[in-house]
Design a protein around this ligand. Structure first.
Ligand code: IPE
Ligand code: IPE
Ligand code: MG
Ligand code: MG
Length: 304
C-alpha cells in the first residue's frame, strides 16, 4: 500500500530531505498503530472495524506530533505512544463524522458505518476515543488534559457546523473551522511540546503553530472540496454540500470563482506566515524546523 502521505507530498511538491523524514515517520506511525490494536484486548468484529482505517490516512497529525516531540529530543516510546493516541482520536472523529455526514467513503475505502453498520460504527468510534486516552494516561496529567481538550473542542465545532449549515458568514466559518479542525492541531502541538519539556511560553508558541497550520489545512481541504480531484482525495468532492465552505461564502459576497479562489489563497498565506513566524522562535532542532517549514510553504500551492 502506498501511504496517502506520499501522494499528498508529491501533490504539494515536498521533496528531498523533508519528504524522506516524513515518510520514515509515517512508516513508524503505521507500524505502531497496528501494534497497539494488535496488543489490545479488542477482538472479533470490533478489532476488524478498528483496523479498517488504520494505515490508510495521510497521518498528518501524528507526524506533526512526532516532528515536535522528536525535534525537542523526546524519547522514542513516549513520543510514538502520543502520536498513535492522536491518530486514534482523529480516526474516532472520522468514523463519527462520516455517520453525521452520511458519507459512503473514507480514506479510499467504504466508510466504517457502511461496512459494519451504524451501531457498530458508533461503538468503534467510542473504542478509539477510549484507547487514545488509555495510551495517553501514562504520559502525565498535563499531556492528557491537552489531548482531551483537542477532542472536546472538536465536539463544539461539529455541532456548530450542523447548526450553521450553509448560512455562515466568514467570521462564523472561521469559528467553526477553528473548533472543528484547528483546535485539534493546537492542542496536539501543545501536548507534543510538553512531552519535549519546553517552557510554558514555548508551549503557547507551539500551540499557535498548530492552530494556524490547522486553519490553513482546513481552508485547503475546503478549497479542494470544490476544486479537487476525487481520485486524489479518496472521497467524493462536494460531499458536504450543505456545510459552510470558504469558496461558497466568498461567492455569496459577489466574488467570481477566480476571485474567490485567489482570496482564499491569500487567507491561507496569512495563516502560514503566523505559523512560520512562531516556528522561527521555538527551540526545535534544525532538522525538524526544516521539515515543518517545507510543509508550511507547500500548503497554499497547487490548486490549479
Ligand atoms: C480529515 O482529515 C478531516 C478534516 C479535518 C479535514 P484528514 O484530511 O487529515 O484525513 P486523513 O487522516 O488523511 O484521512
Ligand atoms: C471532519 O470534517 C472534521 C472532523 C473534525 C471530524 P469534514 O466533515 O469537513 O471532513 P471530511 O470532508 O468528512 O473529511
Ligand atoms: Mg463533517
Ligand atoms: Mg465529513
Amino acid at each position: 500500500m502506498v501511504p496517502q502521505i506520499k501522494i499528498m507530498l508529491e501533490e504539494l511538491g515536498v521533496t528531498g530531505y523533508a519528504k524522506e523524514r516524513i515518510l520514515e515517520l509515517a512508516e513508524e506511525v503505521i507500524e505502531a498503530t497496528y501494534r497497539y490494536i494488535e496488543n489490545s484486548p479488542f477482538r472479533g468484529t470490533l478489532k476488524k472495524a478498528m483496523l479498517h482505517l488504520i494505515g490508510r490516512g495521510k497521518l498528518i497529525r501524528p507526524i506533526f506530533s512526532l516532528l515536535i516531540s522528536r525535534g525537542l529530543g523526546a524519547k522514542k516510546e513516549p513520543s510514538i505512544r502520543l502520536a498513535s493516541a492522536i491518530e486514534f482520536s482523529h480516526i474516532a472523529s472520522l468514523i463519527h463524522d462520516d455517520i453525521i455526514d452520511n458519507a459512503d467513503y473514507r480514506r479510499g475505502v467504504r466508510s466504517v458505518h457502511r461496512i459494519f453498520g451504524l451501531e457498530k460504527a458508533i461503538v468503534t468510534g467510542d473504542a478509539f476515543i477510549l484507547l487514545s486516552n488509555y495510551l495517553t494516561a501514562d504520559l502525565g496529567e498535563k499531556i492528557i488534559k491537552e489531548s482531551l481538550l483537542a477532542g472536546l473542542k472538536m465536539c463544539i465545532g461539529e455541532i456548530e457546523e450542523l447548526e450553521y449549515q450553509d448560512t455562515a458568514d466568514l467570521r462564523e466559518y472561521y469559528n467553526i473551522i477553528y473548533n472543528k479542525t484547528a483546535t485539534f492541531f493546537e492542542h496536539i502541538a501543545r501536548a507534543s511540546s510538553i512531552l519535549g519539556g519546553v517552557s510554558d511560553l514555548d508551549v503557547e508558541r507551539f500551540g499557535e503553530i498548530g492552530k494556524n497550520l490547522g486553519m490553513a489545512f482546513q481552508i485547503r481541504d475546503d478549497i479542494l472540496d470544490i476544486y479537487g480531484k476525487e481520485d486524489q482525495l479518496g472521497k467524493p468532492i462536494f460531499q458536504d454540500r450543505n456545510r459552510p465552505n470558504i469558496i461558497g461564502i466568498l461567492k455569496r459576497n459577489n466574488m467570481s470563482d477566480d476571485e474567490a479562489l485567489k482570496y482564499a489563497e491569500k487567507l491561507l498565506w496569512g495563516r502560514i506566515w503566523i505559523a512560520k513566524d512562531r516556528l522561527d522562535m521555538v527551540p526545535l532542532d534544525t532538522w525538524a524546523k526544516k521539515v515543518l517549514d517545507a510543509v508550511l510553504n507547500s500548503i497554499p500551492s497547487r490548486f490549479r
